[in-house]
Design a binder for this molecule. Structure first.
Ligand SMILES: *Cc1c(COP(=O)(O)O)cnc(C)c1O
Length: 397
């Protein structure tokens, strides 16, 4: 069967995001914080957020205050957490928009107070071993004391206490046990300082699924919401793999072939002639490249096979380098008409590659594939995946 499409496009199945949210909330049994930063990992922040809330997410989360302010306009009634403020963050705007902001330091709490905070919502992030953002252990006492003082002053309520794993996609990594233990100590210390956060949370997608002990009051799920596996192959503490809970990839990327032609044996293909046709064949031109977020690292060269796309029901290998605007695939003698759809990746139902396949071909993670794709492509939305209640059973399918 030969399907055609008009121009390169990203199609996002909002039903899949809704169903994934439902699965994650049910499987973990705690509040779901749906992470929609970086334009919803490339799926569209507003649309992804709406679908996640419809699927049962109680909270939304993004990295920057700017993202959170934009999200507030489309989600007036849902709690929104952000965590990446800068020295110039406009806390007054954040507080006016009813955001839950995150403080890592006493200086940030002072800045929030200076912005005229009254009954503001503030969460505290502690560093438990990632050594990225969050309060270093030596500073916890001062942070918790200042946080409590602000509560007494009526400036804010501390609504959350949280941290982030370094290696939750490697369930056997010793950092996981260590961080969870340190986090529990932080929770105890905060309580001893008089704080009563609404939610304490530690787990991202991989930990939410693989590590039941890390679920606390809520889980912050990003990649799993979009149906991609945060830890391919890894087995969790209860014997489940992430793939076992029935997540469904939400994003499809496709483009029409714009040209099909013959090449002779010995012809060099694409920049640098990194592929030389060993025999006569036909090739197709796909009008997408790294200018659209198709990773150049997925090029094929003599040392690596590169990624594949699906055309007329068959996987077709990329030949030579992916360029800024286009790349070449091997059609092995077939001559599909221009306009025939080339599926770069999708849910895999028709045999098309997945974002995970592209990640493996490019030496990266599926997160980066979906988050960077876009460029000149249009993005549209469908609503195809129903919530299949028989799958919403904590993994026993
Ligand atoms: C991005 C991010 C998440 C979501 O991680 P996933 O692995 O996509 O679930 C959670 N917490 C923090 C702090 C993040 O930066």
């Amino acid at each position: 069967m030969s399907t055609t499409s008009g121009s390169p496009e990203i199609v996002v199945d909002l039903g899949a995001i809704r169903a994934n949210a439902r699965l994650l909330a049910t499987h973990t049994g705690v509040d779901l914080i749906a992470v929609v930063k970086a334009d919803g990992y490339g799926h569209g922040m507003a649309q992804a957020a709406r679908a996640a809330v419809e699927g049962g997410a109680r909270w939304l989360a993004v990295a920057t205050p700017e993202e959170a302010l934009a999200l507030r306009r489309t989600e007036p009634g849902t709690r929104i957490l952000c965590w990446l403020t800068t020295p110039t963050t406009d806390y007054a705007a954040c507080l006016a928009a009813d955001l839950d902001v995150t403080a890592y330091t006493v200086a940030e709490l002072d800045a929030i107070a200076a912005a005229g905070a009254r009954e503001a919502r503030v969460q505290l992030k502690v560093d438990t071993g990632l050594s990225r953002g969050g309060a270093a252990r030596a500073d916890w006492d001062a942070l918790f004391a200042r946080a409590r003082q602000g509560e007494v002053d009526g400036a804010w309520r501390i609504t959350g206490l949280w941290s982030h794993f370094a290696a939750s996609d490697e369930p056997d990594h010793p950092a996981n046990d260590a961080q969870e233990k340190v986090f529990s100590e932080a929770v105890d210390l905060a309580r001893a300082a008089g704080l009563r956060p609404e939610i304490v949370h530690l787990a991202n997608s991989a930990a939410a699924i693989l590590r039941p002990s890390a679920r606390f009051d809520a889980v912050r799920c990003g990649i799993a919401l979009y149906g991609l596996d945060p830890a391919p192959g890894a087995v969790g503490d209860d014997g489940l793999r992430c793939a076992d809970i029935g997540l469904r990839p939400a994003m499809t990327v496709r483009a029409p072939l714009v040209m099909v032609k013959d090449v002779d044996a010995g012809a060099g293909v694409s920049y640098g002639h990194r592929w030389i046709a060993p025999a006569p064949t036909t090739v197709g031109l796909v009008p997408l490249g790294y200018g659209d977020g198709v990773p150049r690292h997925a090029s094929a060269d003599p040392t690596r096979p590169g990624a594949e796309v699906l055309v007329e029901g068959r996987r077709r290998p990329i030949r030579g380098r992916i360029c800024m605007d286009q790349f070449v695939i091997d059609l092995d003698g077939d001559r599909p008409p221009p306009g025939t759809t080339a599926m770069l990746f999708g849910a895999g139902d028709d045999g098309e590659p997945t974002a995970q396949d592209w990640a493996e071909a490019s030496g990266t993670i599926n997160y980066e594939i979906v988050t960077r794709i876009g460029g000149r492509m249009s993005r549209s939305y469908v609503d195809e995946t129903g919530v299949d209640e028989s799958r919403v059973d904590g993994g026993q399918r």
